[in-house]
Structure formats: structure tokens, C-alpha cells
Design a protein around this ligand. Structure first.
Ligand code: NAD
Ligand code: IPM
Ligand code: MN
Length: 360
């Protein structure tokens, strides 16, 4: 049988805490579904900087290239905030995305029935369930545009997109919509930004190849408001790098906590990098209280997108639903009458439910 190569890059802060639980779930689901893994761990971010002086050492990049899929934790922390941009832990993840050309970041935002009352939003706004796929462009825009940096009293960030970069991520979103409810909202700032204006033109052009998908456009400021006012209007959202970063943290409040949102960073091949959307959570790191479900749901996405194991992926999803239904709660999603558990206990609760078929 095939052995899948898995690279694990835990990183900093709560990264190692939540990644340990994700790995626990991966191994357990693998046993049940007859999957065999070769798991190798590497250094990234602040941990890598401390050990080698480089947040993305060559060995780590090599490990990432070797893997069929990468499980990533989180990077960053106050300790390294004084460093120049190219040495900061965040360069670790940015470098991986760029080097591996992982241009499409899929960030599903779903509500879980048992958590409808946990969201800061009124339950009637979420009633019936929210199921949005935010497709964030991941290797262009302000994050990577040159020139960048300080030039005397002028400091510059550059927003650049080539037509090809815009087209390829639009294709990802339009194809995803076909397998969902057939609607894409392209989010931009075309009333102000040149890159957005071009983005909107290309969205129209590319969407002509998808007559079965309904495309509309929305300005990003309005989208930020609509996500909270009426989230159920959305199916797929596609947007550029910076807007996608901001909108997804906002959208995590629909699910109930940022500790619930996984993501898949994909390129043109099967291999992918799976990263929770949250960071290192310095305020709770080292306490064993972080919510591992975002990291665990990364395993679901990894099984689905890189290993093509939908049965195993469904089992992880069902186990998470069952753990929530049975009242297991980390502090970020705590409510009256539920059972407060640690990071590791939540991981165990999911593993114990891997055989339970259940709806979300
Ligand atoms: P953050 O996502 O780390 O934390 C924001 C808030 O959400 C905090 O209150 C935190 O406790 C909470 N939170 C986050 N994840 C949680 C979880 N799994 N369970 C429970 N609560 C959780 O964002 P921040 O505080 O702005 O950034 C902290 C550091 O993380 C920075 O250095 C930043 O650059 C880095 N960061 C890294 C990534 C990444 O590696 N992918 C993503 C975002 C931020
Ligand atoms: C994310 C993070 C990263 C980003 C940082 C850590 C570079 O916020 O994955 O959402 O901005 O992309
Ligand atoms: Mn972010």
C-alpha cells in the first residue's frame, strides 16, 4: 500500500499544542482507514530562527518539497517582533507559500449546530446554518509586491498582480462553486485600486467559461459589513491576499471562534499546506487551553485535498461534530452546561468519536 509523506511544522506559541492534537487525529483516522504515513517534523518560524538564525531553514524547505502534505501550526511572537521583516517568524509561512507556489488558500467558514448560541452574533442571523468558502489569493498583492520598505521619509508597500495570478485563483473559486451552490462573490476595491479594477474585469472574463456559475461583485468594505449582517447570502467568496486575511478573521465569529477555522493552501499540484487561520495566541500559549479543532479540521482538509481520502475526511468532520454535540468545549467556545476541557482532552474526545457517523 501507498505510504503518504507528511511534514509537520508546529512553529511557535500554541502551534505545537494544536498540531500535536491534529497529528493524534491523523494517526487515529489512518489506522481506521488503512492509511500509512511517514511523518517528519521540521523547524519553522521563531523556533527555527532561534535554532538556526533563519525562520525558514533550507532543510525545512526541502522537507516541505518532499511531502505529499504539510501540517502547519502557527508562527510568531513578541520575542521576535523587533527583527527585520526577512528574519521575522512570519517569513517562515510567507516563504513556504511563495516557494511552493501555494496561490489558493481555501478557508471554509461553517456554523456548527451545537455552537449557534456561542457566536457573538444573534442566533437568528445564523439560523439554518452558514456555509461559506472564502478563497483567498495567497502569493501576490501587498504581501509580496516590490519595492517594499523604507526609503528615507517614504515607506513603501506595493500591490501588484499579474493577469495570470488573478485568473488562476478565479478558476479555483469558480470550480469550487460548481461543486457547491453555484454562486461566487468576487470582493475588491475596484472603485479605488487599479489591481482591483483589473481583478473585476478578469473575473467577468473568466466567469464566461462557467455559464453555470453566477458571479457578482462586492466592494470589500461592504463585504465586511454583509458578512455580519446577512452571512447566509454567501456561497463562495474570492478575493485578493490582504482582503482575504482580514475578512476571514472577521468571518470566524460566525463559527464561534477563530480556533475553529482551518485552511488549505494549494498550488497547481496535489500537495498542499494545511494551516489554521489563527496565529500563535501568545495570550494563552503554554497553558494547554487552546482550541485544537482548527488544526484538527486541517487534517480533514488534508485528507480530502492532498490524499484524496474523502471517507477518512468525513470521519474527522463527523467526530468533531460529535465532540461538540457531546458538550466538549475549550474556553473560547465555553457556554453554560457544557464540559470545559483542555487542548489534549478535546483531541482525545475527537479521536474517541472517529467511528460515529453524524451530521454537522
Ligand atoms: P492570534 O490568532 O494568534 O490570536 C488572536 C486572538 O484569538 C487571541 O485572543 C487568541 O488567544 C485567540 N485565539 C487564536 N487561536 C486560538 C485557538 N486555537 N484557541 C483559542 N483562542 C485562540 O492573532 P494575534 O494575537 O494577532 O497574533 C499573534 C501572533 O501570531 C503574531 O506574531 C502574528 O504574526 C502571528 N500569526 C501567525 C499566523 C500563522 O502562523 N498562520 C496567523 C496569524 C497570526
Ligand atoms: C494568516 C496570518 C498570516 C497572513 C501572517 C502570519 C503572515 O495572518 O495566515 O492569516 O497574514 O497571511
Ligand atoms: Mn491572518
Amino acid at each position: 500500500t501507498q505510504t503518504y509523506r507528511i511534514a509537520v511544522l508546529p512553529g511557535d506559541g500554541i502551534g505545537p499544542e494544536v498540531t500535536a492534537e491534529a497529528l493524534k487525529v491523523l494517526r487515529a483516522v489512518g489506522e481506521r482507514h488503512g492509511l500509512s504515513f511517514e511523518v517528519r517534523e521540521g523547524l519553522v518560524g521563531g523556533a527555527a530562527y532561534d535554532a538556526t538564525g533563519d525562520p525558514l531553514p533550507p532543510e525545512t524547505l526541502e522537507l516541505a518539497r518532499w511531502a505529499d502534505a504539510i501540517l502547519f501550526g502557527a508562527v510568531g511572537g513578541d520575542k521576535w517582533d523587533h527583527l527585520p521583516l526577512e528574519k521575522r517568524p512570519e517569513r517562515g509561512i510567507l516563504g513556504l507559500r511563495k516557494e511552493l507556489d501555494l496561490f489558493a488558500n481555501l478557508r471554509p467558514v461553517v456554523t456548527w449546530e451545537p455552537l449557534l448560541h456561542t457566536s457573538p452574533l444573534r442566533p437568528e442571523i445564523l439560523e439554518g446554518g452558514v456555509d461559506i468558502l472564502i478563497v483567498r489569493e495567497l502569493t501576490g498583492g501587498l504581501y509580496f509586491g516590490q519595492p517594499k520598505g523604507r526609503d528615507g521619509d517614504r515607506t513603501i508597500d506595493t500591490c501588484v498582480y499579474t493577469d495570470a495570478e488573478i485568473r488562476r485563483v478565479l478558476h479555483v473559486a469558480l470550480q469550487a462553486a460548481r461543486r457547491r451552490r453555484g454562486r461566487v462573490v468576487s470582493v475588491d476595491k475596484a472603485n479605488v485600486m487599479a489591481t482591483s479594477r483589473r481583478w473585476r474585469e478578469l473575473a467577468e472574463e473568466v466567469a464566461r467559461e462557467y455559464p453555470d456559475v453566477q458571479l457578482s461583485h462586492m466592494y470589500v468594505d461592504n463585504c465586511a459589513m454583509q458578512l455580519i449582517r446577512n452571512p447566509r447570502q454567501f456561497d463562495v467568496i474570492v478575493t485578493e491576499n490582504t482582503f482575504g486575511d482580514i475578512l476571514t478573521d472577521e468571518a470566524s465569529t460566525l463559527a464561534g471562534s477563530i480556533g475553529l477555522l482551518p485552511s488549505a493552501s494549494l498550488g497547481s499540484g496535489r500537495a498542499g499546506l494545511y494551516e489554521p487561520i489563527h496565529g500563535t495566541a501568545p495570550d494563552i500559549a503554554g497553558k494547554g487551553v487552546a482550541n485544537p479543532l482548527a488544526a484538527i479540521l486541517c487534517v480533514e482538509m488534508l485528507l480530502r485535498y492532498s490524499l484524496d481520502q474523502p471517507g477518512a475526511a468525513d470521519a474527522v468532520q463527523a467526530a468533531v461534530a460529535a465532540a461538540l454535540r457531546d458538550g466538549y468545549r475549550t474556553p473560547d467556545i465555553r457556554e453554560e452546561g457544557t464540559r470545559l476541557v483542555s487542548t489534549a482532552e478535546m483531541g482525545d474526545a475527537v479521536v474517541a468519536r472517529l467511528d460515529s457517523p453524524a451530521p454537522r
